[in-house]
Ligand binder design. Structure first.
Ligand code: SAH
Ligand code: SF4
Ligand code: F3S
Length: 472
């Protein structure tokens, strides 16, 4: 596999040569989850090594790249809109248009691109991201459309170049793919089967990040807490390193890396939240006590139809066990409203769980039919209007809980990782609490990239205001 990356490095050199002294610019639009964002950082790394410079303005780019998501329908409209806009610009300046990511793994989408947007130069999928330099080189050299999509289980590729978005917080993908096949979800079909990175590769990456001054690490995976599970169950060879053979042991090992102050992870699955993981979170001082625990629905029958493999009671028991064992635990979650067959009464169970758990943050989604999933074939689809009504009810409940919850922060001391200046006010700094709440405060710009302790003085729905009393 290393040779495959070596091969791509040769293509990087070739494109770099073509671009010499040409001041080529690229734009990138990333949709979807943090895994996709991390993939985009790798694409940016490759592009910059090939002599491209980033621009935020799609109209002045020589290469316009899209990294797509297909988990819900709205991303499709966005992509096709952008492609439409680019047609004229391409006619004028010959922009290279490249589209990658999850949506490209869907046949009906690539067919549509071929038919309606034939001026697209490169399309590549989730299993061929590492081959982007080769595809680009061929598109430039042969002036021919490149389609590079594989329908396979997938492999792990190490040592791709990377250009990270931040120099304070970094994402580290630890596993890829999903074997859960929740009946609403397209991810297992577009990302392939679960596979984990070697422990040593992860530790080396985090150690390197610590050396570069990164303070916060987010471990990423579609099913992050089942790290190495498939390998263990199916006797797939992996090399144990520093005692790492599970997600819990990985957390403990990363917790020891000097310089790293905070560790987060997304997304775990409730069914894989084993006791060793709960104990590791409780024991590791750097692991944030905000855990994202996707609920999806509160009703046991709906959960069964969704193929989530837990009941309402099991979810609530898990929450209780976690709260008992992890002091100061806060939780966030994902919820889908309007899954096929969900009755008004069953939806009440979702509201009931939200009321009981009091999540720190809830990411709410209206069910979106995805071609190829079992959910799409179910007969009792919920009318749009009803889905929206439920969504609004959930949103009202969540917002009232968040504002109630925010009040608890006032007059407390919170440790903040300072991330930069506030978007709305250059004179204010912004950072986040352990529980991922945004805090705005006045302070010296030299604090950026450091941890500070602040007193929270007021709360607003989407942020808290802090004061730095030991400023001098
Ligand atoms: N692997 C992660 C995240 C997957 S996608 C997990 O299991 O939690 C992120 C979220 O999108 C999901 O948690 C789910 O709430 C939502 N989602 C997935 N498919 C969806 C669909 N068809 N319609 C609406 N929301 C969906
Ligand atoms: Fe989709 Fe379920 Fe896998 Fe998450 S666990 S990616 S929701 S199939
Ligand atoms: Fe979307 Fe793919 Fe992530 S479908 S949510 S970008 S794994």
């Amino acid at each position: 596999m290393e040779t495959e990356i070596e091969e791509q490095k040769k293509y990087i050199e070739k494109v770099k040569k073509i671009n010499q002294n040409k001041k080529q610019k690229y734009s990138i639009l990333t949709m979807g989850c943090q895994l996709n964002e991390n993939d985009s950082e790798k694409l940016c790394g490759m592009l910059e090594e090939m002599g491209y410079e980033k621009t935020e303005n799609q109209n002045e780019a020589d290469l316009s790249l899209f990294n797509t998501c297909c988990v819900r329908e709205n991303a499709e409209d966005k992509l096709f809109g952008k492609l439409g806009e680019l047609k004229k610009i391409k006619e004028q300046r010959g922009t290279i248009i490249a589209i990658g990511g999850c949506m490209m793994q869907e046949k009906h989408i690539t067919d549509k691109i071929e038919k309606s947007y034939p001026y697209t130069d490169i399309i590549f999928g989730t299993h061929t991201l590492h081959k982007f330099p080769e595809d680009l080189y061929k598109a430039i050299k042969d002036k021919k459309r490149q389609e590079d999509i594989l329908d396979i289980d997938g492999k792990i590729y190490e040592d791709l170049p990377i250009k990270r978005d931040s120099n304070i917080k970094a994402s580290v993908t630890i596993m890829n793919g999903c074997n859960n096949f929740c009946s609403y979800c397209i991810v297992p079909y577009v990302r392939g089967r679960e596979r984990s990175r070697e422990p040593k590769a992860i530790i080396k990456e985090v150690e390197e990040l610590a050396k570069q001054g990164y303070k916060e690490i987010t471990l990423l995976g579609q099913n992050v807490n089942s790290y190495l599970r498939v390998e263990r169950e199916k006797n797939i060879k992996f090399e144990e390193y520093e005692g790492i053979n599970s997600f819990a042991t990985l957390l403990r090992a990363i917790n020891k890396i000097e310089g790293i102050e905070r560790i987060r992870f997304v997304s775990p699955h409730p069914k894989d939240f084993t006791d060793d993981v709960i104990e590791a979170i409780a024991d590791c001082n750097k692991v944030c006590k905000l855990v994202h625990l996707p609920l999806q629905a509160g009703n046991t029958k709906v959960l069964k139809e969704m193929n989530r493999k837990y009941t309402k009671e099991q979810y609530l028991d898990l929450v209780k066990k976690m709260k008992d064992k992890i002091p100061n635990l806060t939780l966030s979650t994902d919820i889908i409203v309007g899954f096929p067959g969900e009755s008004d009464e069953e939806f009440e169970d979702t509201l009931d769980v939200v009321k009981k758990v009091k999540f720190e943050q809830v990411y709410m989604f209206i069910y979106s039919r995805r071609i190829g999933t079992p959910g799409d074939k179910m007969e009792n689809q919920i009318p749009e209007e009803q889905k929206h009504k439920r969504f609004e009810r959930l949103k009202t409940l969540v917002e009232s809980q968040i504002s109630e919850n925010n009040k608890k922060y006032v007059n407390t001391k919170q440790k903040i990782l300072v991330e930069g200046t506030s978007k709305n006010n250059e004179n204010m700094l912004t950072g986040r609490t352990d529980s991922n709440k945004v805090v705005i405060f006045e302070g010296d710009k030299r604090l950026i990239g450091n941890m500070v302790e602040l007193e929270i003085v007021s709360e607003h729905i989407w942020y808290l205001k802090g004061e730095n009393f030991d400023r001098n």
